[in-house]
Design a protein around this ligand. Structure first.
Ligand SMILES: Cc1cc2nc3c(=O)[nH]c(=O)nc-3n(C[C@H](O)[C@H](O)[C@H](O)COP(=O)(O)OP(=O)(O)OC[C@H]3O[C@@H](n4cnc5c(N)ncnc54)[C@H](O)[C@@H]3O)c2cc1C
Length: 391
């Protein structure tokens, strides 16, 4: 393949890369998105798609950022669905959280006041209701001994459906090229060069690294700035396993969530069960007895799942940045390199807002009449990697 030139190379065809390409194209940039294998081959191509808000108490700028992102995502998705005729399987179903113990009910009741303030629950915002009893027959009686919380902000989306929708939307936009089966072999952020697996070189005004967990070795392998401070290892992968079961649950049902177990009925059929969280693993993409354990836990919580045939077992690696929050924006040493990773467990709800901020950082101007997108300070790369070096 011949060498080329473009405004922006986006590395990675997951949720982070696709939203970045979309915002860049909207800003009028010429974009090349390169994906090592196929769109959604990484963590984004999973089964769950929970869009879960943080708890309404102990409010901070991160929670506000996520709330604004969750609210704006629906509009983004509906606009693309109207344009393409595709469905992302999005629905604001809300979430039911069973309360098994009196102290959990006491906490949930305290959070009613927090939700009133931070979610505007009492004045047209999103409900946070403490129910005396959960809807009949959903949960095992022990799980709901003290009732349940209904949160009306949570939503869900089909991860693969959203990736298809973004890809189809990008296909209608000027200046966007997507190359699958095209790995990046190296980057030279000083010169704005990206070396592809076929040996060709793309010269780019900017590079956005959105390669999920593979972003981290690429960041750690960047040339050090002369006289620059040593940087910490940028992040790691946390394995997750999930499954999809053939069981007849109403897709309008809220997400059922308890103690790390999600039960999510999807529009296209099937119920997703997630997820394990593993910092130690032998094979990052294999499913094993930990998934069996999770399924047993889910059956105990929701008896209707018992004995349901398993349609798919799936595992992936969540990118967790060193600072634990998402890592987005310009690299402290390399003004032409922008990072877009570390979304860990919440990428699907916030990737569009991160993308907007990153793209605004390329051009130095807002992409929206409502003004520039500000990221919480802890998301910025220097808060993960350290301050810019003074070379
Ligand atoms: C079991 C499980 C359940 C989850 N549930 C949820 C959930 O309910 N809600 C939620 O918001 N999040 C969830 N997550 C987390 C979410 O899936 C991830 O945070 C998100 O998908 C990360 O997206 P990404 O674009 O950063 O990375 P990825 O989706 O991994 O994309 C990175 C892409 O880069 C490509 N790539 C890598 N190296 C190169 C290279 N050298 N050249 C070119 N391309 C390259 C890869 O092939 C890959 O396609 C879950 C994760 C797991 C594992």
């Amino acid at each position: 393949m011949a060498d080329g030139k473009t405004d922006l190379v986006v590395i990675g065809g997951g949720i982070m890369g696709l939203w970045t390409a979309l915002y860049a194209a909207r800003a009028g940039l010429e974009v090349l998105l390169v994906e090592r294998t196929t769109i959604g081959a990484g963590a984004s191509g999973g089964l769950l798609g929970a869009l879960m808000p943080h708890m309404p108490d102990r409010w901070n700028d991160k929670k506000q950022f996520q709330l604004d992102a969750l609210v704006s995502l629906e509009h983004e998705i509906r606009a693309m669905e109207a344009q393409t005729g595709l469905s992302a399987g999005y629905r604001r179903t809300g979430r039911l959280i069973p309360l098994a113990k009196p102290h959990l009910r006491a906490i949930a009741l305290r959070q009613v006041g927090d939700a009133d303030i931070n979610w505007q629950s009492g004045s047209g915002g999103f409900p946070w209701r403490v129910l005396d009893a959960a809807p009949d027959g959903l949960f095992s009686p022990d799980a709901v001994a003290e009732g349940a919380v209904f949160d009306g902000l949570a939503a869900r989306v089909s991860p693969r459906g959203l990736l298809r929708l973004l890809t189809a939307t990008l296909a209608t936009m000027r200046g966007v090229t997507i190359r699958e089966q095209c790995a990046v072999r190296g980057i030279d952020p000083q010169r704005g060069q990206v070396v592809l697996s076929d040996g060709s070189v793309v010269h780019a005004g900017h590079i956005v690294l959105a390669a999920g967990v593979d972003s981290f070795p690429m960041i750690d392998g960047l040339p050090k700035v002369v006289g620059g401070a040593p940087r910490p290892a940028s992040g790691t992968g946390v394995k997750g396993q999930a499954a999809r079961l053939a069981v007849d649950l109403d897709p309008g049902l809220p997400i059922l969530y308890s103690d790390g177990v999600y039960v999510i009925a999807h529009d296209a059929g099937g119920v997703a069960i997630g997820s394990t969280s593993e910092v130690e693993y032998a094979d990052p993409l294999a499913t094993d007895q930990r998934l069996d354990g999770l399924l047993a836990k889910a059956e105990t919580l929701v008896p209707a799942l018992a004995g349901a045939p398993i349609l798919e077992r799936w595992a992936g690696l969540r990118p967790r940045a060193v600072g634990r929050d998402p890592m987005a924006g310009v690299h402290p040493d390399h003004p032409r390199l922008h990072l877009m990773t570390g979304g860990f467990k919440i990428s699907f709800g916030i990737a569009h807002r991160l993308a907007r901020a990153v793209v605004e950082g390329l051009g130095g101007r807002p992409t929206d009449p409502e003004g520039a997108m500000t990221l919480p300070a802890s998301f910025r790369c220097e808060n993960h990697l350290g301050a810019p070096s003074r070379a």
